[in-house]
Write a protein that binds this ligand. Structure first.
Ligand code: HAM
Length: 420
């Protein structure tokens, strides 16, 4: 687990602010859930990958609990309990730290942050389209370029497997193996479970069906799974989702991959991940999960969502040299010259703060040259020098540290001068 110092902490907060603004514009309301949850709740449909990597322990009351590895089960719990009687849809948003005992490496940490969006209560393709579109809005908001959405549909693979009468557990095991690209093991398991030769041939072809011409790939998937009714319906569903996105004018680069599976077991429909060329790990991942709320004791409630990795978005921004576009922040240092000017300098700093200017007071007692050098190094825009001589005339010296200019002006005009 890491410390985030100055610039990185600022960048993380910047991305969080972008996520909050997406939440606001799409109408997602923030909820806060606990970091520690019941182990069973988190483990039920997490899939082997996440389940084995949870920080799990017995609490002092003897209950098996774990640090949350994701938000989705907690949100499904809230939907199944506290929110159960509220009118749907719910648009829910969570932001915070998650924990997985992953092997630490670039982009893979044991503590990481997500912004999570869940659209609960609709099984319509426009809900899936909204999740894709808001993810794209976040990537654009963060200033990222060349994002590729890898899209698939769990219903295609599960549709084929369930019509071959493979039970749910075996299906999940097959999908886990496919997620790790261990195709031969996956096909071996399918074969050992008594599936037909046709099924194996179909799965092999599906793995090959991928590409950026989304509608052509989906068309080929439909042909490939002919006869497996549920899989055909799933392919048609994916087609409708992508059509809505494209026809809305939203420009998302997609690569449809029919053999794509995600590690989490709760998915039932469209799934996706977002990549940039500079990183080999996904920035975001999500999809449709129509059975989870029910599993937690709620009404049957369809849902679709996405989680965006804040840490990985930051890495991608660093790789792509994206400079956060901040509201031009006016930052000022105030340097009193000599003891007699300190109280007045503090009063001026209060006035500037009241005028929404960020002010740092020189508290180290450094000489002016040293204090200016430090302000320069930290990229501060202005210095206000409070000297006895100017104070006697109700004035101070304002230095523009970028333009290397200075003026002496009335204290009453100072805030206005800095702002303009
Ligand atoms: P996930 O794919 O496990 O999905 O994680 C989503 C994102 O969290 C990843 O794409 C990545 O950016 C970030 N992430 C995951 N693990 C790590 C790690 N060890 N270090 C850094 N970043 C990481 C979920 O969590 C689902 N709950 C997404 C979802 C929401 N599906 C439906 N609704």
């Amino acid at each position: 687990m890491r410390d985030f110092l100055l610039e990185e902490a600022k960048m993380m907060k910047y991305i969080e602010s972008k996520a909050r603004s997406v939440a606001e514009f799409y109408g997602y309301k923030e909820i806060m859930t606990p970091v520690v949850e019941s182990y069973d709740l988190l483990a039920t449909k997490a899939g082997e990958e996440v389940r084995l990597r949870m920080f799990a322990f017995k609490d002092l009351g003897g209950r098996m609990v774990a640090l949350r590895p994701e938000f989705t089960p907690s949100i499904a719990r809230v939907v199944a309990t506290t929110l159960r009687n509220e009118p749907k849809p719910y648009r829910l948003f969570c932001l915070g730290s998650l924990y997985r005992y992953d092997e630490p490496q670039r982009g893979r940490y044991r503590e990481f942050w997500q912004s999570d969006f869940e659209l609960v209560g609709s099984d319509k393709p426009e809900a899936d389209a909204e999740i894709l579109m808001l993810t794209n809005s976040l990537m654009n908001g963060a200033g990222l370029k060349k994002c590729l959405f890898k899209v698939g549909h769990v219903g295609v693979l599960r549709g084929v497997l369930s019509e071959e009468r493979l039970d749910d557990k075996v299906q999940s095991a097959v999908l886990q193996l496919m997620d790790k690209k261990q195709y031969e093991d996956a096909f071996g398991l399918v074969k050992d479970s008594g599936a037909s030769e046709r099924c194996l041939a179909v799965l092999r072809s599906l793995v090959e069906l991928k590409g950026c011409n989304a509608f052509e790939v989906v068309g080929n998937v439909k042909k490939c799974v002919e006869g497996y009714e549920k899989a055909v319906v799933a392919a048609e569903n994916l087609n409708r989702i992508l059509k809505l996105v494209v026809e809305s004018g939203c420009e998302i680069d997609t690569s449809v991959e029919a053999g794509f599976a995600r590690g989490l077991e709760y998915y039932t429909g469209m799934i996706f991940e977002v990549y940039v060329p500079e990183l080999d790990v996904a920035l975001s991942g999500g999809g449709r999960y129509d059975k989870l709320v029910e599993l937690f004791g709620g009404e049957p409630t369809p849902a679709v969502g996405v989680a965006n990795g804040i840490d990985r978005i930051m890495l991608a921004m660093q790789e792509q040299k994206v400079i956060p576009k901040e509201a031009e922040e006016k930052r000022v240092v105030i340097i009193p010259i000599g003891d007699g000017t300190k109280a007045e300098a503090l009063r001026i700093s209060r006035e500037l703060k009241n005028a929404s200017i960020v002010v740092e007071f020189e508290v180290m007692g450094r000489k002016m040259a040293k204090a200016l050098e430090d302000a320069d190094r930290r990229n501060i825009g202005y210095a206000v020098i409070v000297g006895k001589k100017e104070l006697d005339e109700g004035k101070v010296v304002l230095k523009d540290l970028k333009k290397r200019e200075q003026t002496t002006l009335k204290i009453a005009k100072l805030a206005q001068a800095i702002k303009s």
